[in-house]
Design a protein around this ligand. Structure first.
Ligand code: HEM
Length: 450
C-alpha cells in the first residue's frame, strides 16, 4: 500500500557560493545537503553569516525550548515584519508573551467547534464548482487556497467588504513571488541597503493592505457589534496577568498574521494530501469507508472530527512528507554550542522540517507514503522533536487545533463527494516558498459523484 512520491534530490555536499545562491533562489530546500538527511548538523559560511542546518531532535529541543533565549526569530521578523509588524508571529520576549497569552483562549477546542459548519460550507462550494465539469482536470492547489481563504475571512471578519480579501490576496502573491529573495537576504543576513528584487512593489502593496485593515478596525470601533468573530475576540482579548488589551497597531498586526499564517498553510496541507490520495486508491477507499461509517452519510459535524482517525492519520503522514512550513530559522544571539559544535553569535540556525521528517536514521522507509505510522499506538512512540509540522516549544503554532479541525472537516467533505486521480506526466515538485508549494501547480482529475 505504500509508494514513494516525488522528492527533492539533495546535493551530496554543501554547494559553493554561486551555486548556492542560484539554487536557493529557485528552491531554498534544494541547498540542504545530504548530510542533513542522515547526520545531525551541517555548517557552511555564506556571506558574513555561518548557516547551520540541524536535524537532531536533541539539538532542535535546545534551540526551541531549553536555550530559546539564545535563538531568536530575527530572519522571520526581517522577512515578514514589514507586513506583520510586531504581531504574535514576528515579536520576541515580553512583546510576544502577552499577545500569545491574550490570544490563546480564542483557539481552545470548545471555541473552535462552532467553526465546523464554515469549514464544510467552504469545501462544498469547491465541490459545486467541480460538479459542473465532473471528470475534468482541476487546479487543485488554487481551489484549496480559495477555499481556506474563504474560511479565514469568514472566521476572522465575516463582515469585511470585498476589497479586503482582494488586498490580502495581492500582497500574499507578491510575498510568495519575491519570497525566495527575501528569505536569502534574511537568512544570509545581507545588508538592508542592498537592492532586492521586488522590494518596492511589495512595500506599496503592504502599505495599501495595512491601511485597509486599519480602516476596518476604526469602523468596528465606531460601530461596535456583538458579532463573535475573531476580530471581536481579538479586540476584547486581555493579558491574563496585566489585563492589558491590544491597541490598533497591534490589532492590525495580529489580524494580518492570522490571515496569512492561517490559510496558505492549511491550503497546502490539503493540496498535498489530495495528491497523495489520488496516487493511493487503497487509502482513498479506507477513508471513504471511515467517513461513511462515522457520519452515516450525513454532513460532517463537530462531533465527527475526533472519530475520523484514519483521515487524520493521512493528513499527518501528508504533512510529514510535505510539511506546509518546510523550513524554520532562528538566529543565535550569543556564542553557544549545539552538541559538540560551537555556534557563533550571528549564525543562522535552520531547522529543515522537510529533512527532519525524512531523516534516514530516524524513519523507516523515510520517503514512502505510509499513514499507518500514525496509528495511535505507533504515533505515541515518535519522539517529540522528530515530527513537527506545527513547530515545537512555546512558539508552536497557535492555530494547530484550528488547522487540524479545518483540514479534517474539509478533507472528509471533499471525499464524501469526489474522487481524485493524478494527471500523467504532471508530477508535482516540492518547492519551498514561505510554504511548500507544488512547482507547476497541482492539476488533478476530479470526478464528482452525482
Ligand atoms: C496546516 C496548517 C498550519 C501549519 C503547518 C502551521 C505551521 C506553523 C509553524 C511551523 C509555526 C512555527 C514557526 C516558528 O516557530 O518559526 C507556526 C506558527 C504560527 N502559526 Fe501556524 N500553521 C498552520 C496553521 C495556522 C492557522 C490556521 C493559524 C491561525 C488561524 C496559524 C497561526 C500561527 C501563528 C499566529 C504562529 C506564531 C505563533 C507564535 O510565535 O507564538 N497557523 N505555524
Amino acid at each position: 500500500m505504500s509508494f514513494v512520491p516525488p522528492r527533492i534530490a539533495p546535493p551530496a555536499k554543501p554547494l559553493n557560493r554561486l551555486a548556492f545562491i542560484a539554487a536557493f533562489v529557485r528552491n531554498p530546500l534544494s541547498v540542504v545537503p545530504q548530510a542533513a538527511y542522515d547526520g545531525d548538523l551541517v555548517a557552511v559560511m555564506r556571506g558574513r553569516t555561518p548557516i547551520v542546518w540541524i536535524t537532531a531532535p536533541a539539538m532542535i529541543k535546545t534551540v526551541l525550548l531549553d536555550e530559546r533565549e539564545k535563538f531568536l526569530k530575527l530572519a522571520q521578523i526581517r522577512l515578514l515584519g514589514p507586513l506583520l509588524g510586531k504581531g504574535i508571529l514576528t515579536s520576541e520576549g515580553a512583546d510576544w508573551k502577552w499577545q500569545r497569552q491574550a490570544s490563546a483562549p480564542m483557539f481552545r477546542p470548545q471555541e473552535l467547534a462552532g467553526f465546523v459548519p464554515t469549514f464544510v460550507r467552504a469545501a462544498e462550494r469547491v465541490i459545486a464548482g467541480w460538479r459542473a465539469q465532473s471528470g475534468a482536470v482541476q487546479p487543485v492547489d488554487r481551489c484549496m487556497t480559495e477555499a481556506t481563504f474563504e474560511v479565514i475571512s469568514a472566521t476572522l471578519l465575516p463582515s469585511a467588504d470585498e476589497r479586503m480579501p482582494q488586498a490580502v490576496e495581492r500582497s500574499t502573491g507578491l510575498f510568495q513571488r519575491s519570497g525566495a529573495w527575501g528569505q536569502l537576504y534574511a537568512v544570509a543576513n545581507l545588508p538592508t541597503w542592498l537592492p532586492q528584487p521586488g522590494r518596492r512593489s511589495m512595500a506599496r502593496a503592504v502599505g495599501a493592505l495595512r491601511a485597509a485593515v486599519a480602516a476596518l478596525i476604526a469602523e468596528r470601533r465606531a460601530h461596535p457589534r456583538t458579532k463573535d468573530d475573531l476580530l471581536h475576540r481579538l479586540m476584547h482579548a486581555r493579558d491574563p496577568e496585566s489585563g492589558q488589551s491590544m491597541n490598533d497597531e497591534q490589532l492590525v498586526d495580529n489580524l494580518l498574521t492570522f490571515y496569512l499564517a492561517g490559510h496558505e498553510t492549511t491550503a497546502k496541507a490539503l493540496t498535498w494530501t489530495l495528491y497523495l490520495l489520488a496516487r493511493s486508491p487503497e487509502w482513498t477507499r479506507a477513508l471513504e469507508e471511515e467517513i461513511a461509517r462515522v457520519t452515516g452519510g450525513a454532513e460532517i459535524a463537530a462531533g465527527h472530527i475526533e472519530q475520523l482517525v484514519l483521515t487524520q492519520q493521512v493528513l499527518k503522514e501528508s504533512m510529514r512528507l510535505y510539511p506546509p512550513v518546510p523550513l524554520m530559522t532562528r538566529q543565535a544571539v550569543a556564542d553557544t554550542r549545539l552538541g559538540d559544535h560551537p555556534i557563533r553569535a550571528g549564525s543562522s540556525v535552520v531547522m529543515p522540517i522537510y529533512a527532519i521528517h525524512r531523516h534516514a536514521k530516524r524513519w523507516e522507509d523515510p520517503d514512502a507514503f505510509d499513514p499507518a505510522r500514525f496509528a495511535p499506538q505507533r504515533e505515541a512512540a515518535i519522539p517529540r522533536y522528530q515530527y513537527m509540522p506545527f513547530g515545537a516549544g512555546p512558539r508552536i503554532c497557535i492555530g494547530m487545533g484550528f488547522a487540524m479541525m479545518e483540514a479534517t472537516a474539509m478533507l472528509a467533505t471533499l471525499l464524501r463527494h469526489a474522487r481524485f486521480a493524478p494527471v500523467a506526466g504532471r508530477e508535482p515538485a516540492p518547492v519551498a516558498r514561505v510554504t511548500l508549494i507544488p512547482g507547476g501547480g497541482m492539476p488533478l482529475r476530479v470526478s464528482v459523484r452525482p
